[in-house]
Design a protein around this ligand. Structure first.
Ligand code: PLP
Length: 405
């Protein structure tokens, strides 16, 4: 994402930290799969806030739940019990087959929670000597921007200028289960993995990789923790991306779509023996699990199930991939995807993905480049076939123009 550091829009008057380089559009309103800019122009959102808007913008039922809960009780902190948290956690645990859950807000915070749980589990349950625990992560991973998460990162820009880093990290190539097995030592607490690497450009590992890694982790008493912040809750056409290989992780990280496109809501979910290492005072968050977030999170999960958003993602994802694969161009070197999550990989010697994303904005389609060569299509899971056609048609026009230009 080095290109994210490009010039800032003039409108910002220098007040905003330059940690993003937004595409040239100023959005003021959203509804369903569409958003509108300040000139009233409509765009189809094929990015959905990096999968946080799976339900579509301002889902009326979620907005109603948010509004009603805000009027009733919004924030009290975990110093007190509320009537909203437990139903939410029960529902989340039952939908992803976990025993217990710990609520946080952002994806990165839930990843930090997973790392803390793994370390404490390693010391208290596995018997690793204090301060010796190792976490194995994959090359090319993206687990967020906190210090713990960037300690796992192999992306130079994400780390540059932010050291020193958390120790106890080992990196293995993504997609190579043998490398994982070789990296495991008696001090390994957990293997943290995105089942499909999103920020890396929708990198899908070889078939059998996840199940083999899970087997290796079981054999060596290492926790297999799936970071499903982006892949989870239907994005890849299954509830969890791990479900594609019938893998039941020891822990799962969820975020993004859990907030129904309205709030930051995240969870670390795990087996009972893992989560039981936490005792009162060990870990927490002022806002994590607040009634407003819990009410919206529960409704978001209900809608995913009731409206069959996972099945929709599988069906319409196949359709989207099929449509994209019909686009043949010398600019494109690969098109891949699973569920409503597709990456179009451009030949770096022909074009920069940012240029494609900018041209798509002009054509009324919002998406985002990653790693200079890939643009992602990750629309709200409520998208229809006709809306997919609309986006693909615009994409075809853009590719033709860029080819000739
Ligand atoms: N983990 C994964 C796999 C992600 O894709 C992301 C965000 O893109 C995160 C963690 C961090 O989530 P957040 O930006 O909510 O902190």
């Amino acid at each position: 994402m080095n290109n994210d550091m490009q010039s800032q829009p003039e409108s910002d008057d220098g007040v905003c930290a330059r940690n993003y380089a937004p595409l040239p559009v100023r959005l003021v309103r959203g509804s369903g799969v569409y958003v509108w800019d300040d000139a009233g122009r409509r765009y189809i959102d094929m990015m959905s806030a990096y999968s946080a808007v799976s339900h579509g913008h301002s889902h009326p039922e979620l907005v109603r739940v948010l509004h009603e809960q805000a009027q009733r009780l919004a924030i009290v902190s975990r110093a007190f019990e509320t009537d909203r948290l437990i139903p939410f956690l029960k529902r989340a645990c039952s939908m992803v087959g976990m025993d217990m859950a710990l609520p946080m807000n952002t994806g990165a915070e839930a990843v930090e929670t997973a790392i803390k749980a793994a370390r404490k589990w390693a010391y208290r349950v596995k018997g690793v000597a204090e301060d010796e625990c190792e976490i194995i992560a994959c090359e090319g991973n993206f687990h967020g921007r906190t210090l713990g998460a960037i300690a796992l990162s192999t992306e130079r820009q994400y780390r540059d200028g932010f050291g020193p880093f958390m120790p106890g990290v080992r990196i293995v190539p993504f997609g190579d289960a043998n490398a994982l097995e070789r990296a495991i030592t008696p001090n390994t607490g957990a293997f943290l993995v995105e089942p499909i690497q999103g920020e890396a450009g929708i990198r899908i590992p070889p078939a059998g990789y996840l199940s083999r890694c899970a087997e290796i982790c079981r054999a060596h008493n290492v926790l297999f923790i799936a970071d499903e912040v982006q892949t989870g809750l239907g994005r890849t056409g299954r509830m969890l991306a791990c479900d594609h290989e019938n893998v039941r992780p020891a822990g799962v990280v969820l975020g993004k779509a859990l907030g129904g496109g309205l709030l930051p809501v995240s969870l670390f979910l795990a087996r009972r023996d893992v989560m039981s290492v936490f005792t009162p005072g060990d870990h927490g968050s002022t806002f994590g699990g607040n009634p407003l977030a819990a009410a919206v999170g529960l409704a978001a999960l209900d809608i995913i199930e009731r409206d069959r958003l996972v099945e929709r993602s599988a069906e319409l994802g196949d359709y989207l991939l099929e449509c994209l694969r019909r686009v043949h161009s010398p600019l494109i070197r690969d098109i891949r995807g699973r569920g409503l999550w597709c990456g179009v990989d451009f030949a770096p010697d022909r074009i920069h993905a940012r240029r494609v994303a900018e041209a798509l904005v002009q054509a009324g389609v919002l998406t985002k480049d990653t790693h200079e060569t890939v643009i992602r299509f990750a629309p709200p899971l409520i998208i229809t076939r006709e809306q997919i056609d609309e986006a693909v048609e615009a994409f075809v026009g853009v590719i033709q123009t860029l080819e000739s230009g």
